[in-house]
Design a binder for this molecule. Sequence first.
Ligand code: DON
Length: 302
Amino acid sequence: MQALLESILDEVRPLLGQGKVADYIPALATVDPHQLGVAVIGTDGSLSQAGDADVPFSIQSISKVFSLVQAITHQGEAIWDRLGHEPSGQAFNSLVQLEFEQGRPRNPFINAGALVIADINESRYAAPVLSMRDMVRKLTDNPHIIADMVVADSEYQHRSRNAAAAYLMQSFGNFHNDVDTVLKSYFHHCALAASCVDLARAFSFLANQGRCLHSGNVILSPRQTQQVNAIMATSGLYDEAGNFAYRVGLPGKSGVGGGIVAIVPGRYSLCVWSPALNPSGNSLVGMQVLEKLTERLGWSVF
Ligand code: DON
């Protein structure tokens, strides 16, 4: 595995320089786009990594999986009264569908859906920001995980689209807490910084029927694990979920920091990172790495 990862990174390195780092969050615009890393953890505990796999990056929307797990843990199926689990076919920060569909977001991974999940968690947790950070520390087995407050503040300063989504949902009665407070919690969890190795480790429970590999803790039931993987497969890459299923064929979740996590159910959790994005906001080189890897190893679940 190690040799395969190294050779795939060598193959895709010429593509570094294509794509564009996220600049709608100004603090992310300064990240060096030539970085590239990958880490794979097997359910047998094996770890393989290559490139910049230990360099922390802004996890951004990958954090939406953690917040969904928190909401499911406390509310179970009741969360689906507030949002759906259908692919949106729209950009991650689109507002058009939200008006047509009376303030009920299509799924928990588009920004509007993640904001409803953050609103649910705001009502359930005394200190949502700390609960999330502690959960990610436990899942990554890395007690040093922190949010990059420069990134969180930068997002807050440029919050208009997310604020618009939250206020629109509030106008339909689908937002219960103070919008600004929830936005701050949401930006904080998006600004958590973690490496490919951290995230491959953190998502081992989704490859392992809901049980965290290193701690043995039950994070989700086997059924809930299938359901979260299903939502990742259908909505984890926004308007590119179909392309990701076609090219990679795994449940996955991307973030505008350039990370993509993917799950080979029962076998592996992996994370690839390269900061420059394609027009859908997904790592351009990261997609190539995952496509080559799953093609060579026959990993597609389809
Ligand atoms: O709210 C935002 O726009 C960002 N904090 C997260 C967006 C994101 O990562 C979309 N992923 N590809």
